[in-house]
Structures are given as C-alpha cells and as structure tokens.
Design a protein around this ligand. Structure first.
Ligand SMILES: NC(=O)c1ccc[n+]([C@@H]2O[C@H](COP(=O)([O-])OP(=O)(O)OC[C@H]3O[C@@H](n4cnc5c(N)ncnc54)[C@H](O)[C@@H]3O)[C@@H](O)[C@H]2O)c1
Length: 261
C-alpha cells in the first residue's frame, strides 16, 4: 500500500470541480499538490481555499511547453511526482447533424471548432500532461499513479460525439501505458488507471439548465449527483492500493450506462 502523506500530486484543471476536490483531499491526507489551470482567477481562488503545501502553475494543457513547465515545477518545488491527475476538461455538446424536427432537413451541424476544442484539451492535453510527468517520474525514480478521468460518456452519449470520443480514449490509455511500462520493467513502480464518473456536481454539470439537470438526476438510481469529494476519495483509494493497474473504475451511483438517444 502507498501512503499519501508527503507524496506529490500534479493536478490539471485543479482550479475547479473534481481537480480542486482531489487537491483538497490530497492535502487533508498530508500530501503536497501542484495545481494547474488555464484560468488564473480559479488558481487564485483555489490557493485561498487550500491549506498546506501548494504550488500553482498557470498552464494551458494543449501547449507542450506549458505541460513541460508544469512537470518541472513539481520536481523543482517538491523533488518528486507521485500522482498525476490530468483532470482539465471541457464539454461543447451538440448533435453531429441536427435535422429540423418539422422539415427533416439538417439545419445545424457540430462545428469543427467545437469538435477540435474538446479533442485538444481532453485528449491531446492529457497526452502532453502525462507524457511530461511520466518522463520526470521515470528519470527521478518516483513511485506512484497516473490517474486519468474517463466518464460514463465513454460508452456513448448522444450530443457528445466529441466528448465521448475523448473519454473512450481515456479508458484505453491505462492499458497502453501499463503495457508500455511493463515492457520496460516500470509497471510495479508507476501504475496507470482511470476513474469514470457519472454525473458529478461540479460547475460543468451544474451549469446545465434545470430541466436537463432534473432529467439527469431522474436517471440516477441513488437519486442525486455524485459529489466531487467522492471521486477524490476513489482517486486516493486507487493510489494506495498497488494491486490496481491498467483498468477503469466507474463511480456513477448505479446509472444505466450508454445512451438511448
Ligand atoms: N462533472 C462531471 O459530471 C464529470 C463526469 C465525468 C468526467 N468528468 C471529467 O472530470 C474532469 C473535471 O471536470 P469538472 O466537472 O471538475 O469540470 P470543471 O469545469 O469544474 O473543471 C475543469 C477545469 O479545467 C480547466 N481547464 C479547461 N481547459 C483547460 C486547459 N486548456 N488547460 C488547463 N486547464 C483547463 C478549467 O478552467 C476548470 O478549472 C473533466 O475531464 C471532465 O470531463 C466530469
């Protein structure tokens, strides 16, 4: 079992939602955190809220040099990286093609920009964050966990062809990374998993209109949104338990998976 005490977590999207909750949890367990976000005011607000050893990095995860600077900051400030939580993410929902309900003709399509923006942040951004952190973890002999964030959307949600595609990628990456580390004799030192939450009560979900939110909650057997703190605790459990590697761990309150339309 690994201990969180004195370990160092690098968390992107750390200025809000699940990332911020993971940072709070890590500090509460005696760990240290480096939080990264593209929104400076979110980092300022988080710094005020967080108690303990915290470093912040203004970072756009789509930029290679920002991700390199983030990983370097963790090593320079705290000497190691033990948890990588690349949780920065966005949604830009819409139907791929939307036929008009009356005429049956397509009147709207998902914009290429909306497709690419989600791919850039949720997929390329994760690749860059993980690659840069993993390089430093290997070169500095660190032990720990790379914990990606997939989603129940990985199983296919209507209106999210961009988002669901990136989250499906998050559920295969732990297998690829674990296999690569296994080849080089590193898999016992650096594990990789993903958490796959259902609907979590963060700004991303609470920003929906009330009707959509009521509908969503009506689909969840436990009758409520998942709390960000519940996802953070799961990340902690996955970190501690060194038998867990290469897989995806759902946390959704019993939600029926997939989408009927
Ligand atoms: N909320 C949910 O229901 C839910 C469910 C499953 C998975 N997730 C995933 O969890 C992660 C966190 O989601 P959340 O609900 O906490 O969202 P959130 O919107 O509360 O937080 C996301 C953070 O990412 C930051 N960010 C956005 N683009 C960035 C960029 N280019 N570089 C750096 N930071 C950037 C934002 O500024 C924000 O602080 C996302 O990857 C999301 O897809 C969320």
């Amino acid at each position: 079992m690994l201990e969180i005490k004195d370990s160092v977590a690098v968390i992107t999207g750390g200025g809000s939602g699940i990332g911020l909750s993971v940072a709070k949890y890590w500090l509460s367990q005696g760990g240290k955190v480096v939080i990264a976000d593209v929104v400076e005011s979110a980092l300022d607000q988080a710094t005020e809220e967080l108690q303990g050893e915290v470093a912040t990095v203004l970072c756009n995860v789509t930029q290679e040099e920002d991700c390199a600077r983030l990983a370097d900051t963790a090593i320079e400030k705290f000497g190691q990286i033990n948890l990588v939580a690349p949780f920065a993410g966005i949604i830009k929902d819409g139907l791929m093609v939307a036929p008009d309900r009356e005429t049956g003709k397509v009147t709207k399509k998902m914009l290429l920009d909306d497709f690419k923006a989600v791919i850039d942040i949720n997929l390329t951004g994760v690749f860059l964050t993980v690659r840069e952190c993993a390089e430093r973890m290997i070169n500095h002999n660190c032990k720990g966990l790379i914990c990606l964030v997939s989603s129940t959307g990985s199983l296919g949600t209507a209106g999210q062809i961009n988002y669901s595609s990136t989250k499906a990628a998050m559920s295969v990456m732990p297998k690829v990374i674990t296999a690569e580390f296994f080849r080089r004799g590193l898999a016992d030192r650096i594990r990789c998993v993903a958490v796959a939450p259902g609907y979590v009560g963060t700004p991303m979900v609470k920003g929906m209109n009330q009707k959509a939110l009521d509908y969503i909650i009506g689909q969840v057997p436990i009758g409520r949104l998942i709390e960000p703190e519940e996802v953070a605790t799961l990340v902690g459990d996955l970190y501690r338990n060194e038998a867990l590697a290469g897989d995806v761990f759902f946390i959704h309150g019993g939600l029926r998976l997939g989408s009927k339309g």
